[in-house]
Structure formats: C-alpha cells, structure tokens
Ligand binder design. Structure first.
Ligand SMILES: Cc1cc2nc3c(=O)[nH]c(=O)nc-3n(C[C@H](O)[C@H](O)[C@H](O)COP(=O)(O)O)c2cc1C
Length: 344
C-alpha cells in the first residue's frame, strides 16, 4: 500500500459505510473532492455467500479514477479465502478484512468486531487469507472489544502477518460510536507495525484531521460520516496540507449536493419507488442536516413524500451563507470529536 501514499501529506481515504457509500455516493463525492482511495461497504461472507452485485458495481463501474478496496466481513476461513480469490478477479486495489463492525447480530456470529474477543481466530484468518491474497491485503480494526487495553495484544497478532496496511477506528466495540477516539493506540500501531497505518474516527473538519495526524503520526486519514456531511472535506484537507486555497461551501452548495445524490440514487435503483427513495435519502440526510437547524432535522425525520422532502430542503438550504464547518460540539451523532483538537 506504500505505493499509494502521497509523498508530502497523509493519504485521504473514504471510510466504508454500509448502505451509504455506494456507487452513486462515490460519484457525487468525487465531483466535489476525491479521496486517494475508496473502501467499499462490506461483502458479507459465509459458506453460502456470493458477491453482492450492488456492492460489486462500486468497483466495476467506478469511473472516478481512484482505486477501490473491497472489504469482506465474516469468520469462516474457507469462505473468506474463496471470496478473496473471487474478488481478485475484479479491478480491486486490494482486499480488506473488517474487524470492527459493532452490530450485535454480526458480533454474535464472531465476525467483524466480534472477532476481537478471539485473537487466535484473527491469527488463523490473517494467516489463511495472506496465503491466497497475492495483491494488497489490509485490515480495518477497532482498538479492542471491551476496551483499549486489549490493543497491545492485537498489535502482536497483526505484526505476525505481512499485511499491507492497518486502519484503526480508535474506539473499542463497546464504545460503538460514542466518546473520543484513543489516538495513543494509533500512535502505538504506527510505532509497532512496518505497514502504513490509517487513523479513523471523528474527523469532521480540517483542524480535527490535522490534529489526529499530528497526534498519531499515521500515514493516512480515513473519513466516514464527516465526508457525508461535508463532501468537500478531502479537498479542504489536501488544500490545508499544500497551502492552497480552500473551498468554503454554502447552504446552496449543500442543496445541489443533495439534488445530485438523489438523482444518482434514483438512476441506479433497479426500480424507482418514491417512498423507498425518500427513506434511502433520509439515511444520508440525517448526517447532512445534523446541527444546521433543529426544526429542519425534526421535519426531515417525519417526512415521507418526495415533494415534502424537496420543499423542506429548499426552504432551509437556499442561502449563500457559508455552512458551519463542524457539527455542534455537544453532538451525539459525532460524539467526542472536539477532544481531537482540545489543546491542539
Ligand atoms: C452507517 C455506517 C455504516 C458503516 N459501515 C461500515 C462497513 O461496511 N465497513 C466498515 O469497516 N465500517 C463501517 N462503518 C464504520 C466506518 O467505516 C468508520 O470506521 C466509523 O464511522 C468511524 O469513522 P468516522 O467518524 O469518520 O465516521 C460504518 C459506519 C456507519 C456510521
């Protein structure tokens, strides 16, 4: 993965987000600012699984010019090996293993973040996958299942295998998405591993991105929810690193982004269905609208018809004022982000 890293700044990576970071989202994002590479939402892998064609399109139809890693989630080694070999037949930049998903249904099956309770199982999976993945093989992990004190033991396992990169969402599975990230864990990963380490969790704007990189010395920064809310963020961080002028998006720019996203999602839907489309848009709009105006957020949550949705967006997003650069400090959706820059 070292060959993908820019020379003079941290690599910028779009986080995989199930049912959000699909092909339409990647296209609309890339028109505003591109990450250096994408990681697609996870392919579920089990003995009866086949590769999900919707997710596969984010790889095969991706014309953004940026590499795409395919991510797998599962616990059955034979199935993971079979899927890794099948994915390698597509134009993937590499294959990533998910060790972070906190969903109880996933953890109960000892997949995703659930695997962090069983380091020996991780050891077997990494060894078995490395044997069949000839290209880049990366891992996306949390810092432990119950707490960050487990991370040292996990790093020992990661160190044994020739993985090409490690992304750390620096919270435990128990912490889910709440509270500040453990930047010291990312720093420990950088100090322990010979592969590039990507820092993830709570980057919402340029100052939080730069502070995370400074505190961890990570080779790259992965941004998820912050890029849904602000699709200009990759360009802004790049500009800050390069001393270039930074785009300051307005409410009207945000409205145009939502319009484009809606059109792309509708175009890609196998069968357009207005109520389902509004529900799909609301999944993304929850992050986009957060912190702008409580009345807007409240009304969005309740709307169900396309006309209602557009009337609301036009009423609240018609101005040429600059958007707030970060969510509210007491946000529950972006919990603990301010600690990244506290004292920076
Ligand atoms: C709706 C949603 C879906 C997610 N789906 C995935 C996924 O498919 N694979 C994965 O590794 N992480 C997934 N994540 C975790 C993100 O990739 C990322 O690690 C997390 O959101 C923290 O980064 P952020 O603060 O920049 O959003 C998901 C997160 C959210 C909010």
């Amino acid at each position: 993965m070292r060959d993908l890293l820019p020379a003079l700044r941290p690599a910028l990576v779009l986080a995989p987000m199930q049912a959000i970071t699909d092909l339409p989202f990647m296209r609309v994002l890339a028109r505003r600012s591109s990450p250096d590479w994408f990681v697609c939402e996870y392919f579920r892998v089990h003995p009866a699984s086949t590769l999900n064609p919707h997710i596969l399109r984010a790889i095969t139809e991706n014309k953004t010019g940026r590499p795409v890693f395919a991510q797998m989630i599962g616990s059955d080694l034979a199935s993971l090996r079979r899927s890794a070999v099948a994915l390698a037949a597509y134009p993937v930049a590499g294959i990533d293993l998910n060790l972070g998903c906190p969903a109880p249904i996933v953890c109960r099956k000892s997949a995703g973040g659930g695997l962090l309770r069983d380091p020996e199982a991780i050891n077997r999976l990494l060894g078995g996958l490395r044997e069949v993945i000839a290209g880049r093989f990366t891992v996306k992990t949390r810092v432990g299942y119950s707490g960050s004190d487990e991370f040292g033991g996990l790093l020992e396992i990661f160190r044994r295998h020739a993985i090409d990169g490690l992304t750390v969402h620096a919270r435990s599975v128990r912490e889910c998405y709440q509270g500040p990230v453990h930047t010291a864990c990312v720093q420990a990963a950088v100090a322990t591993l010979s592969c590039p380490v990507i820092a993830n969790g709570n980057i919402v704007d340029v100052p939080s991105a730069l502070a995370y990189q400074r505190q961890s010395a990570a080779a790259g920064l992965m941004i998820g929810r912050g890029a849904i809310r602000n699709p200009w963020i990759f360009g802004q961080v790049r500009a800050a690193c390069e001393g270039a002028e930074m785009i300051i998006p307005t409410y009207r720019d945000l409205l145009e982004y939502i319009r484009e996203l809606s059109a792309e999602i509708a175009r890609e839907a196998p069968r357009y269905e207005p109520l389902g489309h509004v529900q799909r848009m609301k999944r993304t709009l929850g992050y986009i609208s957060h912190g702008l105006d409580p009345a807007f957020e409240y009304a969005l949550r309740r709307c169900s018809q396309p006309a209602e949705l557009w009337a609301l967006c036009e009423a609240h997003l018609g101005s040429d004022e600059a958007l707030p650069s970060r969510p509210p400090v007491d946000s529950k959706l972006f919990s603990g982000f301010a600690q990244l820059t506290d004292g920076a």
